[in-house]
Design a protein around this ligand. Sequence first.
Ligand code: SF4
Ligand code: FE
Length: 483
Amino acid sequence: MMNGTQYVETLKKLKPRIFYRGKRLENPYDHPALRPHIRTAAATYDLAAGGQHDEVMTATSNLDGAKISRFTHLFWSVDDLIRKIAMLRFIGRETGTCFQRCVGLDAINALWSVTYDVDQAKGTEYHQRFRKFLSRLQREDLMSAGAMTDPKGDRSLAPWQQADPDLYVHIVGRRPDGVVIRGAKTHITGAANSHEILVMPTLGLPPEGADYAVACAVPVDAPGLSLVFGRQSNDERKEEAGSIDCGTEWGVVGGESTLLFEDVFVPNERLFMAGEGDFAGSLVDRFSAWHRANYGGCKAGNADVLLGATALLAEIHGTIKNGIVRDKLTEIVHLVETNFAGAIGSSAMGKRLPAGNWLVDPLLANTVKQNVTRFVYQVGRLTHDIAGGLLSTLPADADFRSSEVGGLLEKYFAGKQGFSTEDKRKLCRYIEGMTSVSTLVEALHGAGSPQAQRIVMLRQADLPEKTRQAKKVIGLGKDGSQA
Ligand code: SF4
Ligand code: FE
């Protein structure tokens, strides 16, 4: 396994085309916009390689028995599913932000299971190919990004009905040794600092959409692939000296990119679905079930830091003993632990798939993510309430260092004795960053928008069965009438 430094060294050997604010980045991995996200991903390597957190951070490969990072591991039991959630909470608490690696982890598991199903049904050889790819990923401890979301153009039209057929990634050329793909993927967490991109379809597809049913692995520096790194709330602050106005040296949210595939060649050994649209739906469903459960782990870890920061700020304000403030902190605890319980529950209720790995309970997993779309906003509101208006009006660090007004700002922003104004400002900035529009919208739409969960929830809730049960328990139709 690599440590964080080795991970960054391996990135620096790559030559990806990464654009940011109108320019191609010559040394993307040294750029201040990317550095915090790389630092966060590197922490996942350090925590696994250090040997002190093996129970959550590492696992035994079911491919060859080697000790590997849990981020390249197949969920081989309920215990693995639970440990994954524990790992996400742990790293979420260590870094206080998104550490980006879970999308690739869930993509690995989705591809493992669906390639197996496709081969069983159609006699293809995708699973063996994927197994080889995964072996290398485990052996070299590589970071992979999961790329599922297409731009989607006019959402009332199917992919092949769009005015521009490239609005969903699709196969534009088939050759004996592979395929050529074109299109884009958006909002791809951690893509810029991953070694590999795992491309997956975004929806189930009928036969006329077969060319859109493509799953494959593309190196981040493959010819024809460009990445455009997105902007975030407060991103210019990363380029200022020090990190006080950022509130954290870690990234805020996952460092998302738009991926542009301009006729990228994918050799057969990296191709894991090429037209089997009838299996694309289960790939999406499984990937999203795993990924939606995650949010009860990582967001709980982040909220641990947020809760601690809010409580500390209340102490500096001198309000921590106030019963109303304590009740608001209790409400945060309630929201966070409710969701963590859901993530653990969906893992505990997991079921084994034909390929051998285990899937979380989809109803509970989708409920977790649905809760996140509300709870993260509610937690944010409570932290804003306790922290006060400073979150939106605090002067810049440079003003506190000004020879003319810095001393006065120090005087007037003082809180409880024993705390510096710098501590107070750092806490405010962390809360600001972790409840910013970027963070909230990520919680709303990351791993699928709220409506996507509601569709699965109603489907999984099995209303016909529940109606039958209601009839039985209440005793409808006992007199022979149709109830
Ligand atoms: Fe992992 Fe959470 Fe970030 Fe998604 S939002 S990549 S689950 S840390
Ligand atoms: Fe996310």
